[in-house]
Ligand binder design. Structure first.
Ligand SMILES: [Zn+2]
Length: 232
């Protein structure tokens, strides 16, 4: 078996029946470079190709926003407001997490609070993003039949015309204008499944600040993947 990790630990091999040629594609949110190998291509050739491009891979990965683990003193931009993460290790039995205007305070007996903070923020996203999603749907005289948050690899959300909306919980780290834009975008799919002219008109109408929200996501969306546990 060919071991591509000797070139870079960030290489992720994808054997594709559809691909015509070898290709490298940066997946910034997963912090990896996908090496696309056509089904019929030789792995030896693929290895040589990746090796030839190893400097490119290194540059791309190093150019990504640095990961921000959940450690004491870390700044987390929760709903666009910078909050300092305060982790207090105590001898108690349970973990308590409190969000204030300036801080996210975690009081816990656990050595590793990362999974707990992750769960807290997911729940916060479910509640806060959910409120806005239901509101936008009601502005269209529609109801969401299902609303969930997940870690999504290649997009920020999805919504079917029959009312099932999914959002990336990582949107909780975005400014409000961008949260509003993404939710308006998904809500607009309740009426239009495509990205045609009518869809964009509705999306813009639903958004409180379409241009700022949309442009921020285009430029900085990738940075939302860097907090806490990184998607694998
Ligand atoms: Zn869309």
């Amino acid at each position: 078996m060919v071991d591509f990790t000797t070139i870079s630990p960030h290489i992720f091999v994808k054997i594709s029946p559809k691909a015509k040629r070898l290709a490298l594609r940066l997946d910034g949110r997963a912090r990896r470079v996908n090496l696309v190998i056509p089904k019929k291509a030789s792995l030896k050739k693929a290895y040589e190709f990746a090796e030839l491009n190893s400097a490119w891979i290194k540059d791309k990965i190093e150019g990504l926003p640095r990961p921000v683990p959940y450690t004491n003193g870390t700044i987390l931009p929760i709903m666009g407001i910078n909050r300092t993460l305060r982790i207090v290790n105590n001898g108690g039995k349970t973990t308590q997490i409190t969000l204030t205007d300036a801080e996210l305070i975690v009081i816990s007996p656990l050595d590793d609070v990362t999974p707990r903070i992750g769960r807290y923020l997911r729940n916060l996203a479910l509640e806060k993003l959910g409120e806005l999603a239901h509101l936008k749907a009601s502005q269209l005289n529609r109801k969401l039949s299902k609303f969930v948050v997940r870690d999504m690899k290649s997009r920020w959300g999805s919504c079917s015309t029959d009312g099932r909306m999914t959002l990336s919980w990582r949107l909780i780290f975005a400014p409000m204008a961008s949260i509003d834009y993404v939710i308006s975008h998904e809500a607009a799919h309740l009426h239009h499944p495509d990205h045609g002219k009518k869809f964009w008109e509705l999306c813009e109408k639903l958004s409180t600040d379409f241009t700022i929200g949309h442009d921020w996501m285009q430029k900085n969306g990738v940075s939302l993947g860097r907090y806490g546990e990184i998607i694998q």
